[in-house]
Design a protein around this ligand. Structure first.
Ligand SMILES: Nc1nc2c(c(=O)[nH]1)N[C@H]1C(S)=C(S)[C@@H](COP(=O)(O)OP(=O)(O)OC[C@H]3O[C@@H](n4cnc5c(=O)[nH]c(N)nc54)[C@H](O)[C@@H]3O)O[C@H]1N2
Ligand SMILES: Nc1nc2c(c(=O)[nH]1)N[C@H]1C(S)=C(S)[C@@H](COP(=O)(O)OP(=O)(O)OC[C@H]3O[C@@H](n4cnc5c(=O)[nH]c(N)nc54)[C@H](O)[C@@H]3O)O[C@H]1N2
Ligand code: SF4
Ligand SMILES: [Mo]
Length: 742
C-alpha cells in the first residue's frame, strides 16, 4: 500500500518524538493522547476488538470508512489500553494492508527452503494437510505431530491437535522467554506471574528494573503505569549493561557486567539483612529458610560483588539501602524475557527473594493477587486419553517446567534424541527460524520431517520451509476465542471482525474446523462459526452479549488484590510459606538458594551479543510493516565509543553509520548492519534489536534490512532447572563491511 504524504509527515513526527523520548519530555512517547502513528480519519463505523501486534491484547477501537480500516485507537473501556495504544498497535493497519501478505494457500514445488510454491485451492491445501496428518497418525501415532503456536488465534489449533491426540504443543514464549520467571516465582511464592503481569507499578514508590527495558519493551499498560508512577515522583533504579530508555529516567543506573546479576542480588540481600532493613514482621510471618539465607549471604558483601559486577561497593550499598527504604512499595520488576545465561531460574529466585525481604508480594505498590472472571468452556467432547509422555523432555529431565519446551520439540525431531521422534510439524503464528536458538539446528530438524505445514499472515523464513502454507486472515478480519484475563481488574474481551477477510485468507477457526472435519473430528467443532462459539460461552456465563459486542469488554467487579485491602496471604508452596530456601530444588539436586557462578568471558577481541526490542516493532513480525518502518526501518549495532576508537583489525576508528559485519564464535557472519557508536553501553558487549535481517524472499520491504541476532545465536545454555535456552551467551567480533559483503 502507498503511504500518502500526510501520513508520512505524521509518522515522521513520531520518529522525532522517539528521539526526544530519552531527553526532557515527561510524556511517554507513543502513548500520548494524540498517537503519533495515527494515520487515518474518523470512521463511519467503530468496531471494538483487541490487538495482536504483540501478545499483550490491548483493547482497540477500529474505525472503518468505505470498507477500509482508517484508524486504530485505544479502547477507553479496556483495562489494558485505557484509551491508548502503543505505536505498534496504532500501526496495525500496516499489517492488514501489507502488500506482501500471504494471499492464497500454497503447496511447495521445489526443495524445502527454496521458497518456491504453487498456489492451490483451499480444498486442495486442506486435503493435503489432513491427508498427511492421517498418514502420520497411522504410521507413527498422533504424538509424532508437534504443534508450535504463538498468538491468541492458536487456541483453535491447540484444540484440534489435542483432539487429534498429540500432547506435543509448545510456544517459544516459554523456553525462549518467560519460562524461568514463571518457575522462579512459583518455587518462591507458589505462584507464577502469567501475562499480563499483575504488578502494582502504578502505586510503587520505587521500581527496580533488572534488565527489563520498559520503554523499549512497550507493553502498553506497564508503560502507562511506569509513566504515571514517575510523574507522581516514584523512584527508578535500572540495572542494565546498556543505558536503556528507562535508564534515562532513573535515579540510579547500574551498568552491570552482563551475566552477574545474581552477585548483585546476593550483595543487596547481604546489605538488607545485615543492616536489618528487611520487613521483619513479614519475613517472620510468611517465609521459611531465613536463617539459612542469612548464613548464605553473610560473606556476599558489596566488596565481594564488586569484581564480579563492576559496580562499586558503595553504589551497591547505597542502592540496596535506597530500595529497602521504600518497602513494601518497592517493586523488583519480574522481567519477561528471562532466558539469558542458563542460570536464569536462579537469578529470578534471587529477585523473588529480595522481593520477599522487602515484603512486597501481595502488598500495595508491589505484586498484586489477580483473579479471573468465571466463563464456562464450550462443552466439547472430552479429548481421548493418550498415554505417551511429551517428547520435549525425555525421562522428565525438567520436572519443574510447567509448559512444553519448543526447543525440546525441535530437538526431538532429530532422530534418536528423545523417547520417540517427532515426524511432522504444524506451525501457527511463530517464525521458529528467528525465535528458536541456532537456526542451523532448526533447519536440520525441518529436513528430517515427513511433513510441515505453516499457518501465517506473512511469507516469513519459516513459511519458506513449509510443504503447505495456509494464509490466515489478520486479527482485524476475524473473531477468535474470548480473552478471559487473569489480572488485577478481571475482564472478558472479544475480538470481532472489523472488515471482511482480504484475498483468499481464512480465519484460524475456519481452518482448524475444516481440518477437523477431514480428520473425522467434526464432533469437536459443533458450531457454525467462532461468533456462535463465543456468544455461547458468554451466554453460559450469564453475561450480556450485546454489551460485549458494543464495548468490546465486560469488566468484573473490583476485588481486593493486596493484604492492605484485606486479602489473607497464602502461598501454594510445599511449606505454605514463601520459600527463601527451596527444598524442592535441593531434592532435585539444584542449589536451594541462588549461587553466583561467573559466566564465560568474551574471548579477546570479541564482545558479548545482547539484544532487545525497538519501541515500534514486535520481534520480526512488524519489520515488514511499512507504517512502523517509517519510524524505525533497520536496526543498528551499539558499540561502546571508547572501544570503537581502537577496534582490533579495523585499521582506524569506527564511526556511527558505518556498515559492519558481526562474526560469531562459530564463524557465522551477520548481514551488514550500521554501527551506532555510543557511550550508552559497556565496552564488553554489543547490542542490537531483534527481528531485523530478514532473508525471506516474500518480505519485499524487510528483506536485507539490518541484521538478525537470531543467525548469530548458534550457542545457548540450557537452564538445568526448567530447560529454558539462555541466549545471551554468544560472542561476536566486529569487521568493517567490504564491498563484497554489502
Ligand atoms: N534471537 C532471539 N530469539 C528470540 C527472542 C529474541 O529477542 N531474540 N525473543 C524470544 C521471545 S521473548 C519470544 S516471546 C519469542 C517470540 O517468537 P515468535 O512468536 O516466533 O515471534 P515472531 O518472530 O514475531 O513470529 C511471529 C509469527 O507470527 C506471524 N503472525 C503475526 N500475526 C499473525 C496472525 O494473526 N496469525 C498467524 N497465523 N500468524 C501471525 C508473523 O508473521 C510471524 O511469522 O521469540 C523468542 N526468541
Ligand atoms: N516494542 C516491543 N515491546 C515488546 C516486545 C516487542 O517485540 N517489541 N516483545 C514483548 C516480549 S514477548 C517480551 S518477552 C519483552 C522482552 O523485554 P524485557 O523482558 O524487558 O527484556 P529482555 O529481552 O529480557 O532484555 C533486554 C534488556 O536486557 C539488558 N541486558 C542484557 N543482558 C543483561 C544482563 O546480564 N543483566 C542485566 N541486568 N541486563 C541485561 C539489555 O541491555 C536490554 O536492555 O518485551 C515485550 N514487549
Ligand atoms: S502493547 Fe501495543 S502491540 Fe501490544 S497489544 Fe498493546 S497496543 Fe498492541
Ligand atoms: Mo517474549
Amino acid at each position: 500500500m502507498k503511504v500518502n504524504r500526510r501520513q508520512f509527515i505524521k509518522i515522521g513526527a513520531g520518529a522525532v518524538g522517539a528521539t526526544a523520548f530519552s531527553g526532557l519530555t515527561t510524556r511517554w512517547w507513543g502513548l500520548d493522547k494524540d498517537p503519533v502513528h495515527d494515520p487515518g480519519t474518523e470512521g463511519t463505523k467503530v468496531v471494538p476488538t483487541f490487538c495482536e501486534l504483540c501478545f499483550w491484547k490491548c483493547g482497540v477501537l477500529a474505525h472503518v470508512k468505505d470498507g477500509r480500516v482508517t484508524k486504530l485507537k485505544g479502547n477507553p473501556a479496556h483495562p489494558l489500553s485505557r484509551g491508548k495504544l502503543c505505536p505498534r498497535g496504532t500501526g496495525g493497519t500496516g499489517l492488514l494492508y501489507d502488500p506482501d501478505r500471504l494471499k492464497r494457500p500454497m503447496i511447495r514445488v521445489e526443495k524445502r527452503g527454496e521458497q518456491v510454491f504453487e498456489e492451490v485451492s483451499w480444498d486442495a491445501a486442506l486435503d493435503e494437510v489432513a491427508g498427511k496428518m492421517l498418514a502420520i497418525r497411522e504410521k507413527h501415532g498422533p504424538e509424532a505431530l508437534a504443534l508450535f503456536t504463538h498468538g491468541f488465534g492458536g487456541s483453535w489449533f491447540s484444540h484440534l491437535i489435542k483432539a487429534y491426540g498429540s500432547p506435543n504443543i509448545a510456544a517459544p514464549s516459554y523456553a525462549q522467554c518467560r519460562g524461568p520467571r514463571e518457575v522462579g516465582y512459583w518455587l518462591t511464592f507458589g505462584q507464577g506471574l502469567g501475562s499480563p503481569e499483575a504488578i502494582d507499578m502504578e502505586h510503587t514508590r520505587c521500581l527496580v528494573l533488572i534488565g527489563s527495558h520498559l520503554g523499549e519493551n512497550m507493553h502498553n499498560t506497564q508503560v502507562q503505569d511506569m509513566s504515571r508512577a514517575i510523574a507522581r515522583g516514584a523512584e527508578l533504579v535500572v540495572v542494565d549493561p546498556r543505558f536503556s530508555t528507562a535508564a534515562g529516567k532513573a535515579r540510579y543506573w547500574l551498568p552491570i557486567k552482563p551475566g552477574s546479576d545474581i552477585a548483585l542480588l546476593l550483595a543487596w540481600m547481604n546489605v538488607i539483612i545485615t543492616e536489618k532493613r528487611y520487613d521483619i514482621d513479614y519475613v517472620e510471618k510468611y517465609t521459611t529458610g531465613f536463617d539459612e539465607l542469612r548464613a548464605h549471604v553473610a560473606d556476599k558483601t558489596p566488596e565481594w560483588a564488586y569484581p564480579h559486577t563492576g559496580i562499586e561497593p558503595e553504589r551497591i550499598r547505597e542502592t540496596g539501602r535506597f530500595i529497602a527504604s521504600f518497602k513494601p512499595a518497592s517493586l523488583i520488576h519480574p522481567g519477561r524475557r528471562t532466558t539469558w545465561y542458563g542460570d536464569d531460574t536462579q537469578r529470578i529466585r534471587a529477585m523473588a527473594i529480595v522481593a520477599a525481604l522487602l515484603g512486597s508480594w501481595g502488598r500495595r505498590g508491589g505484586y498484586l493477587l489477580p483473579s479471573k472472571m468465571s466463563l464456562p468452556r464450550f462443552p466439547y467432547t472430552a479429548y481421548a486419553y493418550h498415554p505417551r509422555e511429551k517428547a520435549d523432555r525425555p525421562g522428565s529431565l525438567y520436572p519443574l517446567a510447567d509448559e512444553t519446551l519448543a526447543s525440546g520439540l525441535c530437538d526431538a525431531t532429530i532422530p534418536g534424541k528423545s523417547v520417540y521422534d517427532i515426524k511432522a510439524w504444524l506451525v501457527y503464528g511463530t517464525n521458529l527460524l528467528q525465535s528458536l536458538p541456532d537456526p542451523r539446528q532448526t533447519k536440520e530438524a525441518i529436513q528430517k520431517l515427513e511433513f510441515i505445514a505453516a499457518i501465517d499472515v506473512l511469507p516469513v523464513e519459516l513459511t519458506g520451509w513449509a510443504d503447505v502454507v495456509l494464509p490466515e486472515s489478520t486479527y482485524l478480519e476475524r473473531c477468535d476465542d474470548l480473552h478471559v484475563a487473569r489480572y488485577k481488574e478481571p475482564f472478558i474481551a472479544v475480538r470481532q471482525p472489523v472488515v471482511e477477510p482480504m484475498y483468499d485468507s481464512k480465519p484460524g477457526w475456519w481452518i482448524a474446523r475444516e481440518l477437523g472435519r477431514r480428520l473425522g473430528l467434526e464432533d469437536y467443532f459443533p458450531w457454525k462459526d467462532s461468533v456462535e462459539y463465543a456468544l455461547a460461552r458468554v451466554k453460559a456465563g450469564g453475561y450480556d452479549c450485546e454489551e460485549l459486542k458494543r464495548t468490546g469488554v465486560i469488566r468484573g467487579k473490583p476485588v481486593p488484590v493486596t493484604e492492605e485491602e484485606g486479602v489473607a496471604l497464602s502461598f501454594a508452596t510445599g511449606s505454605g510459606k514463601i520459600e527463601l530456601y527451596s527444598k524442592p530444588l535441593e531434592m532435585l539436586g539444584h542449589d536451594p538458594m541462588p549461587v553466583y557462578r561467573a559466566p564465560d568471558e568474551p574471548p579477546p577481541g570479541m564482545f558479548r551479543l545482547l539484544f532487545g526490542r525497538s519501541p515500534v516493532h514486535s520481534f520480526g513480525r512488524s519489520t515488514n510493516n511499512r507504517f512502523l518502518a517509517l519510524a524505525d526501518p533497520e536496526n543498528e549495532v551499539w558499540v561502546n565509543a571508547s572501544v570503537a576508537r581502537d577496534l582490533p583489525g579495523l585499521g582506524g576508528p569506527l564511526k556511527s553509520g558505518e556498515l559492519v559485519v558481526l562474526v560469531n564464535q562459530d564463524g557465522v557472519r551477520s548481514q551488514p548492519v550500521k554501527a551506532k557508536v555510543t557511550q550508552r553501553i559497556r565496552g564488553d558487549c554489543v547490542y542490537m534489536v531483534h527481528g531485523f535481517g530478514h532473508t525471506a524472499k516474500g518480505l519485499t520491504f524487510a528483506r536485507g534490512r539490518g541484521a538478525s541476532d537470531s543467525e548469530l545465536i548458534t550457542r545457548y545454555k540450557v537452564d538445568p532447572i526448567m530447560g529454558g535456552t539462555g541466549m545471551n551467551v554468544n560472542f561476536v567480533r566486529i569487521e568493517r563491511a567490504t564491498a563484497s559483503t554489502t
